[in-house]
Ligand binder design. Structure first.
Ligand SMILES: NC(=O)c1ccc[n+]([C@@H]2O[C@H](COP(=O)([O-])OP(=O)(O)OC[C@H]3O[C@@H](n4cnc5c(N)ncnc54)[C@H](O)[C@@H]3O)[C@@H](O)[C@H]2O)c1
Length: 257
């Protein structure tokens, strides 16, 4: 028996083997969860097809564009017919145009700001709403999203994504309040910098990865750290934890210098 035995988990955000969502999926599988993984487009579907056989019990693979309500509805319909209930939703998604990350913040155009907000923050609301009836059918659920310190403090060059993470964390708290009556918990993990496709677009991420001595534990985190934290938050052991940001950053966020 694992911590998540008997639970059905939807994991959104696997692009490749470095994805935080993949680290979470692997730990979920080790802890007994049944998995559905989504892919954003064809190239990522091919990546998933190579990765899924590494999971002891495989996984259902479904397409999803979080910026498209029809795609979210189709995902809900597929999961309704295949599972009928969902216990866990992992939202591990972010997007901003490269030029909007690289420009001076004061020069950020309106459409770049709106796009980052839509895909990186509003999508948590849209995804939770789409899967809500399936979590209600399960008698409750746990939603976990991925954030970063740049949403609460200034991390130079995180720019538009920092503002999106601030909105994501606030959305997480309002969802925790709104969905609490359905026994649905909503939390965020604030991860330290990891080398992934998304983080390669952020100049600050590589700079921070190179200075583990600035963290209390004097090391960088690894994918498994995030997988284990997400497993805890989605397990019954965390049954009265909601609306929280859990830092998985080797302690970096407590530092003042
Ligand atoms: N890597 C880090 O250092 C770090 C640190 C803290 C938080 N995070 C956050 O973790 C999450 C996952 O990022 P990652 O670092 O694993 O990178 P990643 O590139 O592996 O994952 C990002 C995912 O977002 C998905 N995505 C983007 N737009 C989408 C859309 N319209 N519809 C569906 N999916 C879409 C991509 O397909 C990809 O799977 C992000 O929210 C990121 O901000 C990352």
């Amino acid at each position: 028996m694992g911590l998540l035995s008997g639970k059905r988990a939807l994991v959104v955000g696997v692009a490749n083997k470095r994805s935080i969502a993949w680290g979470i999926a692997r730990t979920f599988a080790e802890e007994g969860a049944e998995l559905a993984l989504t892919y954003q487009h064809e190239r990522f579907r091919e990546n998933l097809e190579k990765l899924v056989p590494e999971l002891p019990q495989g996984a259902t693979m479904l397409p999803l564009d979080v910026g498209d309500d029809a795609s979210l509805a189709a995902l809900r319909d597929s999961l309704t017919s295949q599972w009928g209930k969902v216990d866990i939703v992992v939202h591990s998604v972010a997007f901003a145009r490269t030029e909007d990350l690289q420009t001076r913040f004061v020069e950020l155009p309106r459409e770049g700001y709106a796009l980052a907000q839509d895909i990186s923050a509003y999508s948590l609301v849209a995804l939770t709403r789409a899967i809500l009836p399936l979590m209600q059918a399960a008698g409750g659920g746990s939603v976990v999203t991925m954030t970063y310190l740049g949403g609460e403090r200034v991390v130079p060059s995180y720019n538009v994504m920092g503002v999106a993470k601030a909105a994501l964390e606030a959305s997480m708290r309002y969802l925790a309040w709104d969905c609490g009556a359905d026994n649905i918990r909503v939390n965020a993990i604030s991860a330290g910098p990891l080398r992934t496709l998304a983080s390669s677009a952020v100049k600050a991420a590589s700079a921070l990865r190179d200075v583990p001595e600035r963290t209390p534990l004097q090391r960088n985190i690894v994918l498994e750290d995030v997988g284990r934290a997400a497993t805890f938050l989605c397990s019954d052991w965390a049954q009265n934890i909601t609306g929280q940001v859990l830092y998985v950053d080797a302690g970096f966020h407590i530092m003042g210098v």
